[in-house]
Design a binder for this molecule. Structure first.
Ligand code: NAD
Length: 256
């Protein structure tokens, strides 16, 4: 594995499972020192322990991005242990409510509020907490995980799509406001990704997998590692001149 991130200090927020966990593994494999932050601390600890056992450098902290005090405490602890910050992958989303996110007439507003609280407001809180540390270093990179759902125009999950559209706007603001001070901000937009946990849990109906494959002009569905690879690029010097972009990683299920 190339060492594009040798000794870079990076936090991955929402890293206990799925795409975030795969990103922690990828960044550590490329030489980064990684803080795995998640509301599910045991899961983040397990990811960090697996990396440490393999000779990498990772540790875990607890964070609830719906709670400003938790965000500030967790990021301060991470930065203290890392001795500064070069990059952040802000990836967390509350996906427990996504199957109740029906349509604009039917959806329970509690589902809308929870989705925006975590997927959008939470990312704003994380941005406000990490940016001063990146600026202190003379620059750095923020990668957000959005979704192709922001641009797909779907008949379902309106709260989720609104939250991810807002996230794309936040990302462009950060790129525009702080680009001249050495900050890059970008979104990676996955198409449907079957994570290791989804596969193990068998939660996704076969009909849906067949539907996703039929609408993806690729030989296979997406994996967490596909998204982790884009995050690693955007956090590395190879991504230094990519700023303010939504990078679709979707096997071509969305083409723009
Ligand atoms: N899997 C897909 O098909 C897909 C497609 C497009 C976008 N995404 C996006 O990718 C990201 C990761 O999704 P995933 O599929 O790996 O799901 P996941 O549920 O495995 O990962 C989400 C992580 O965020 C954590 N989290 C949830 N609420 C949190 C909170 N309040 N504070 C801190 N951490 C919290 C969870 O514990 C979990 O570790 C999400 O932003 C999701 O919207 C996923």
């Amino acid at each position: 594995m190339q060492q594009r991130l040798k000794d870079k200090a990076i936090i991955v927020i929402g890293s206990g499972t799925g795409i975030g966990a795969a990103t922690v593994r990828r960044l550590a494999a490329e030489g980064a020192r990684v803080c795995a932050a998640d509301i599910n601390l045991p899961a983040a600890q397990a990811v960090a322990a697996e990396i440490a056992e393999a000779g990498g450098d990772a540790f875990a902290v607890a964070i609830d991005i719906a709670d400003e005090a938790s965000v500030n405490t967790a990021i301060a602890a991470a930065v203290e242990r890392l001795g500064g910050l070069d990059g952040a992958h802000i990836n967390a989303a509350d996906l427990r409510v996504i199957f109740q996110d029906s349509d604009a007439l039917d959806v329970d507003m509690a589902v809308f509020d929870r989705t925006l609280t975590v997927n959008l407001r939470g990312h704003m809180l994380c941005t406000r907490a990490v940016l001063p540390h990146l600026l202190k270093r003379g620059g750095g990179s923020i990668v957000y995980t959005t979704s192709t759902a922001a641009d797909a125009g779907e008949a379902t999950r309106p709260s989720y799509a609104v939250s991810k559209s807002g996230l794309n706007a936040l990302m462009r603001h950060v790129a525009s406001r702080w680009g001249r001070e050495g900050i890059t901000a970008n979104c990676v937009a996955p198409g449907f990704v079957i994570t290791a946990e989804m596969e193990a849990g068998g939660q996704v109906p076969k009909d849906f997998l067949d539907y996703a494959q039929a609408h993806t002009p690729s030989t296979r569905l997406g994996r967490s590692e596909d998204i982790a690879a884009m995050a690693a690029l955007l956090l590395s010097e190879d991504g230094r001149w990519i700023n303010g972009q939504v990078c679709n990683v979707s096997g071509g299920s969305l083409m723009r």
